[in-house]
Write a protein that binds this ligand. Structure first.
Ligand code: PEP
Length: 223
């Protein structure tokens, strides 16, 4: 299975999000799992339209805590039935919100407690520590996204063979053949070079997912 995940970050009002779905059109493919990660407030409103376009939903984050007195936090259980996936440990969360490896590990435990699939973002040179903080019992249930800092939002993607090497490294560290995807300035022009790498199972897309036609072109270039 190949994963293509659109990460909208803190972009789009609900009207803009609905317009994106009105405009998005890509041929369905049984081997490609298209996943949309909109901001929290849009998840409920977009669920049905996303599904009719063949898109599953992901949250961009969850609380490291269960339900309880944690003002402002969204617990994994509150997303049960609404999303299938959750992005965890994105470098922007680690950098701007000071999330630690242990915070991310706690979020993985919360996600899996309600069967949400964690998409754990990692980067060099920390990937060994980032992965090791997660309880080994959870490792077989992860999707791992390798997102080099130098490539995110810079227009300067990682060398695809280097991404492939890191994907192999991740599988070696975890001792399990989890899906490893790549993220960082992927476009319809370069996505094919990442998809042809044997250890990579897809891509996480930021900037190139914001316009529905650009993202549809990227999906078509991946088929
Ligand atoms: C990301 O932030 O996850 C990402 C891949 O962004 P971009 O595609 O814009 O580099």
């Amino acid at each position: 299975m190949t994963y293509l995940i659109a990460n909208w970050k803190s972009h789009k009002t609900i009207v803009e999000a609905q317009h994106w779905l009105d405009e998005f059109s890509a041929p369905p493919h049984p081997d490609i799992n298209l996943i949309l990660a909109p901001p929290f407030p849009h998840l409920t409103a977009l669920k049905q339209a996303a599904s009719s376009h063949g898109l599953s939903l992901a949250a961009q984050d969850i609380s490291p805590f269960p339900d309880g007195a944690y003002t402002g936090a969204v617990s994994a259980r509150q997303l049960e039935g609404l999303v299938e996936y959750v992005l965890l440990g994105h470098s922007e969360r680690r950098r701007y919100f000071h999330e630690t490896h242990q915070d991310v590990a706690n979020k993985v435990a919360q996600a899996l407690s309600v069967n949400l699939t964690p998409i754990v973002c990692i980067d060099q040179p920390y990937l060994s520590a980032q992965l090791s903080a997660i309880e080994p019992v959870y490792w077989p249930h992860l999707i791992v996204a390798y997102e080099p800092l130098s490539a995110i939002g810079t227009g300067d993607p990682e060398d695809p063979s280097r991404a492939n090497t890191v994907a192999r490294q991740v599988k070696d560290i975890l001792s399990v053949d989890v899906p490893v995807i790549y993220g960082g300035s992927a476009t319809s022009d370069n996505i094919g070079t990442f998809f042809s790498q044997p250890a990579l199972a897809g891509a996480l897309i930021g900037q190139s997912s914001l316009d529905p036609h650009t993202f549809a072109d990227l999906v078509k270039s991946s088929l």
